[in-house]
Design a protein around this ligand. Structure first.
Ligand SMILES: C[S@@+](CC[C@H](N)C(=O)[O-])C[C@H]1O[C@@H](n2cnc3c(N)ncnc32)[C@H](O)[C@@H]1O
Length: 273
């Protein structure tokens, strides 16, 4: 993919999520088809706030729950402990940052990182409404995380890595910011290994979180090359033929590996939803 088309694709992703944030701020739903991973009526059960239980939703301002555009529930799988420092990649309206901040308590810290100004404004407002004081929202891209090395205990993310056009860079950056022994608990859309890039592109758009998905094998190889062990990529629910919501877990090895990353080619965009 040329630099121009990569930049254009990222701009398109940013534009779509700015639209979603504006919809939530105006009191409506980000909605399937307005730039979320969710693209149709039936997707409402596979994406967004439906993936959080009543207890978790009760901890959130209504707008934070409504802004949810994820494909899983990373806070549930990350097993957060008091005092830990957590980073949410592509934090959107802040749902997982707010829940994480409550789990790690006042001695811990929850960072949210997002590239879209409108999402950052919504997330800060939601965190304030939730009464959370140990959450910090940063502007930046997940391919170049604006945090020091070895500073994070847990990286979470909800349906964002599939949107990146430089996935190897994202995995390397996660490995860099995590402390040795740090872990990931990530929800993402993942393709079955049998699907080619073209077949993934046919099944949806990049903006819609489908065309850019890594396969299960690519995810595992990418994490191993980025210095992770105890890797598991578990497919949890089908979102399109051969494409699944998945839980990705791994631990940063205490010894950095000395090998190069494989080249992970994203599927070409099938155009936007
Ligand atoms: C599908 S939404 C998910 C939001 C949130 N994680 C949730 O579960 O509701 C994707 C979010 O990731 C952000 N995003 C997409 N690509 C990004 C990138 N390369 N760097 C930083 N943020 C990105 C978008 O601005 C948007 O807020």
């Amino acid at each position: 993919m040329s630099t121009t088309s990569a930049d254009e694709l990222r701009d398109e992703v940013r534009r779509r999520y700015a639209e979603s944030a504006r919809a939530v701020s105006e009191g409506s739903s980000p909605g399937c088809g307005s730039g979320s991973c969710c693209e149709g009526e039936t997707d409402a059960v596979n994406f967004g706030e439906a993936l959080y239980d009543a207890e978790q939703r009760g901890e959130l301002p209504e707008a934070a729950a409504r802004a949810s555009l994820g494909c899983g529930n990373p806070v549930l799988v990350a097993d957060l402990k008091e005092g830990e420092t957590v980073l949410d990649l592509g934090s959107g309206g802040g749902i997982d940052v707010i829940l994480s901040a409550k789990r790690v308590g006042e001695k811990g810290l929850a960072y949210g990182l997002d590239m879209t100004d409108e999402m950052l404004a919504l997330a800060r407002q939601n965190a304030q409404q939730a009464g959370v004081r140990n959450a910090i929202f940063l502007k930046g891209v997940i391919e170049e995380i604006p945090l020091p090395s070895d500073s994070i205990d847990v990286v979470i993310s909800n349906c964002v890595i599939n949107l990146s056009i430089e996935k190897a860079a994202v995995l390397t950056e996660i490995g860099r910011v995590l402390r040795p022994g740090g872990r990931i608990g990530i929800s993402d859309v993942v393709a079955e290994d049998r699907l080619s890039s073209e077949e993934r592109a046919e099944r949806g758009s990049y903006v819609g979180c489908i065309a850019g998905a890594l396969s299960q094998g690519e995810y595992e190889a990418g994490l191993e090359a980025a210095g992770f062990e105890q890797i598991s990529v578990e497919l949890t629910h089908q979102v399109a033929d051969g494409m699944h919501g998945a839980i990705v877990k791994a631990v940063k090895t205490t010894q950095p590996v000395q090998k190069g990353l494989p080249v992970i080619q994203p599927a070409a965009s099938a155009g936007c939803c």
